[in-house]
Write a protein that binds this ligand. Structure first.
Ligand code: PBG
Length: 324
């Protein structure tokens, strides 16, 4: 059936028709808002390269979490800025570490908020790498134990879900067995299964003060050129017990999100990262694009590619826009 029998414009002629046939939806409950927590009281420091994103002390974090709930965003992911860093990243699993404190206080004062934690060492090591070193190399197997300890400390503090982002081999099974041995069978693991060595993380590294002090992360994060390897990484994490598979970054990797969606039946998450946020914000501030519309179109594209969950610095803005 071709023109003039079939006219696609028929179903585009009014908003009710368009709504009836809309294939993809976006709702606040699918969004996860990243939060950066820092020591002190009353602290609220805007990240220069991420307008609208703040590093917050715990008291301010609670306020922020409440304002998320008010617009329907029910999940946050926490990143910590510790007081001190050391070669082993011991602040990551400290019983009274910054994230552990934040989890406890959040769950205490805003219990309806789902608290996910990023499990990695890079914010806690003085060299800025995601694990402990052996010479100039990140030592995979000794790092595993530290990651598992970190995940366990988050669970003990009351976290609802843990999300390892380090890209060490075998970390999902190590974390799963440590959580299980300690009776945290019900804490899900959202694995950063497919995480690329990306320049889009630049603003985050300013926010979390975790740029590597030498070298780069290409010996553990993935080569942006590879997609078959993404499937292999995801298969490993499924076998090791991941509950959710994440792709990161999002927009430059929509094809990878789609491949994972088609290949696996687990929920898929996508991290719309700091650089992706910063570019939209900057162009909008210059008046070169309509920031709200580009935000909505971008997040919709990530859902259309196949992501169930989107981690994004736009979570609150998008949720507000959806309410209008
Ligand atoms: C920690 C981590 C990073 C991000 C999330 N977890 C930084 C990195 O790997 O360098 C990036 C998030 C963003 O850019 O928004 N390993």
């Amino acid at each position: 059936m071709v023109f003039p029998e079939y006219r696609p414009r028929r179903m585009r002629q009014n908003e009710t028709f368009r709504t009836l046939i809309r294939e993809t939806s976006l709702s606040p409950g699918q969004l996860v808002y990243p939060l950066f927590v820092m020591p002190g009281k009353g602290k609220r420091e805007e990240v220069p390269s991420m307008p609208g994103v703040y590093r917050l002390s715990v008291d301010q974090l609670k306020k922020e979490a409440k304002s998320c709930l008010d617009v329907g965003v029910r999940s946050v992911i926490l990143f910590g800025l510790p007081e001190k860093k050391d070669p082993m990243g011991s602040g990551a699993h400290a019983q009274h570490g910054i994230v552990q404190k934040a989890i406890a206080e959040l769950k205490n004062s805003v219990p309806e908020m789902t608290v996910i934690t990023d499990v990695c060492l890079c914010e806690y090591t003085d060299h800025g790498h995601c694990g402990c070193l052996n010479g100039h190399d990140v030592d995979n197997d000794t790092t595993l134990e530290l990651l598992a300890r970190t995940a366990l400390s988050h669970a003990r503090a009351g976290a609802d879900m843990v999300a390892p982002s380090d890209m060490m081999d075998g970390r999902v099974s190590e974390i799963r067995s440590t959580l299980d041995e300690n009776d945290y069978h019900m804490i899900p693991i959202m694995s950063y299964a497919v995480k690329y060595a990306s320049a889009f993380y630049g603003p985050f590294r300013d926010a979390a003060d975790c740029a590597p002090q030498f070298g780069d992360r290409r010996s553990y994060q993935m080569d942006p050129a590879n997609s078959r390897e993404a499937l292999r990484e995801a298969t490993l994490d499924v076998d090791e017990g991941a509950d959710i598979l994440m792709v990161k970054p999002a927009v430059a990797y929509l094809d990878i999100i789609r491949q994972l969606r088609d290949e696996f039946d687990l929920p898929i998450a996508a991290y719309h990262v700091s650089g992706e946020y910063a570019m939209i914000k900057a162009a909008a501030q210059k008046g070169w694009i309509d920031g709200d519309r580009v935000m909505a179109e971008t997040l919709l594209s990530i859902r259309r590619a196949g992501a169930d969950i989107i981690l994004t610095y736009f979570a609150k803005d998008m949720a507000k826009l959806l309410r209008q």
